[in-house]
Design a protein around this ligand. Structure first.
Ligand SMILES: *Cc1c(COP(=O)(O)O)cnc(C)c1O
Length: 439
């Protein structure tokens, strides 16, 4: 009889003969091997070595640190510095859009996009039931009503049919989200929006560098919105950008973010006032953020490719485990820019009494750090989205609620940027846990 003990970075074969247990030359004792196959959460040994962890996100380097020092000593920290203007344009161009406006974060870029499109009180804006609360709050900032719609079972992104079913005469805009980097069915969403005279704002906070049939995310709708917050694929600590092909929208976005002045207008020299009743803020960011992001943009091609290769490896290995599946990329994605890696566990495959929360706890106990459940709730039930029921509407949500509550396990972006050896261990941890927890 041959035993295969996984649960470590090697596979140990132990042969049980009449003379006792014979090993395959690994020098491992049968008892030790049994200890390795026992789950760490039950007192067995861990798949990962003690103290395994990642460097904090985001990665840092000396070259960028030197450039930050130069900016500091230059006295030119804000009001559209050279790098900011260069970055805003280069980032837009990378995503195949004509114009880019850099701002303080990816919450106000969504609000600004809707404001530029003239969304206001009485209007409805369709958003996905599964997203960060900023997507749902953007219409609320303008006195409009968010209407939440369901996602697809494979990509988890907005279901075009659910979008179309939720349209009313008051619907003025839709905000599809490329959730965790998976590109939503943007062709269909734009086609449905056009048919009904609805504006499209793509929330690309998870999808920097993503391409759909070779064309950049954010360039399919009227405006694309990005976040550069600390956790995102590209980050300047904080930051955001709106991209668009429409010069008039670009002008309005520039004014909204620059207290009514034209984009990059020099301080104190406004060239003509903003349109009447266009409510303008100060959403300017700084040169420091642009310097960090410019360096990251130069690395984006290579980084996206590495993450995509990592995801392809994890997908092919994890899907061999009964009960485990993964979030699917957009069906026309030519570059799927992964933010976190979405893994699902089929609750029907789990032993009586075990849930995905138990699977996550067991994985964490094996030393698989940064594997977690995510936001845990659909947007409108998130703790911080604390609005009375008259301020929003839930049109549909059954598909994503099932995934959120019963199935989803997320692996942090650092799992996609780490070595293949670490990724192999993550797969091994899944194999070990599922062997114990599945029927
Ligand atoms: C992070 C995020 C935002 C908002 O970005 P901030 O820069 O944190 O304000 C918007 N939408 C989604 C889907 C996000 O995850």
């Amino acid at each position: 009889m041959i035993y295969c003990i996984t649960g470590t970075d090697k596979v140990y074969w132990l042969e049980k003969t009449t003379a006792g247990h014979r090993e395959n030359g690994t020098g491992i004792k049968f008892k030790e091997a049994m200890q390795m196959s026992k789950l760490a959460i039950d007192g067995g040994s861990k798949v990962f070595p003690e103290g395994f962890g990642f460097e904090p996100w985001p990665p840092v380097n000396e070259k960028t640190a030197d450039r930050l020092r130069e900016v500091y000593l230059s006295h030119k920290w804000s009001f559209y510095g050279e790098v900011e203007k260069k970055f805003a344009a280069a980032f837009a161009k990378y995503h195949d859009a004509a114009y880019g406006t850099f701002m303080v974060n990816g919450t106000v870029t969504l609000e600004t996009a809707l404001n530029a499109l003239g969304i206001g009180p009485g209007d409805e804006v369709i958003v996905p039931s599964w997203t960060w609360m900023a997507t749902g709050m953007a219409p609320v900032f303008l006195g409009a009503t968010p209407v939440f719609v369901d996602g697809q079972a494979d990509t988890f992104c907005m279901d075009p049919a659910a979008f179309e079913a939720a349209i009313t005469p008051r619907t003025k805009a839709v905000i599809p989200v490329h959730l965790f980097g998976s590109i939503c069915d943007i062709d269909q969403i734009v086609a449905i929006a056009k048919k009904h005279g609805i504006k499209v704002v793509e929330d690309c906070a998870h999808a920097h560098g993503g391409k759909w049939e070779g064309k950049g995310v954010g360039s399919f709708g009227n405006i694309g919105s990005f976040s550069f917050q600390q956790s995102k694929i590209m980050t300047g600590g904080e930051g955001g950008e709106c991209i668009t092909d429409d010069p008039e929208l670009f002008d309005r976005i520039g004014r909204i973010s620059h207290i009514g002045y034209q984009f990059a207008a020099e301080r104190g020299k406004p060239a003509g006032p903003p349109p009447t009743n266009l409510i303008c803020h100060n959403y300017r960011a700084t040169e420091f953020q642009a310097v960090i992001l410019m360096d990251q943009l130069e690395a984006l091609d290579a980084d996206s490719k590495y993450r995509a290769e990592s995801a392809a490896y994890l997908r092919s290995e994890l899907e061999k485990i009964p009960g485990i599946s993964t979030q699917k990329p957009g069906h026309k994605a030519t570059m799927q820019s992964y933010y976190v890696f979405g893994i699902t566990v089929d609750p029907a495959m789990l032993k009586e009494g075990k849930t995905k929360a138990d699977v996550i706890a067991a994985l964490n106990a094996e030393g698989a750090v940064e594997v977690f459940a995510g936001w845990g709730q659909p947007t409108y039930k998130q703790r911080l989205f604390n609005l009375s029921p008259d301020r929003f509407r839930v049109a549909s949500s059954a598909v994503v609620e099932d995934i959120i509550y019963n199935k989803i396990i997320l692996a942090d972006i650092r799992w996609l940027m780490t070595t293949r050896a670490n990724q192999e261990k993550l797969v091994e941890a899944f194999r070990k846990v599922m062997k114990e927890y599945s029927k």
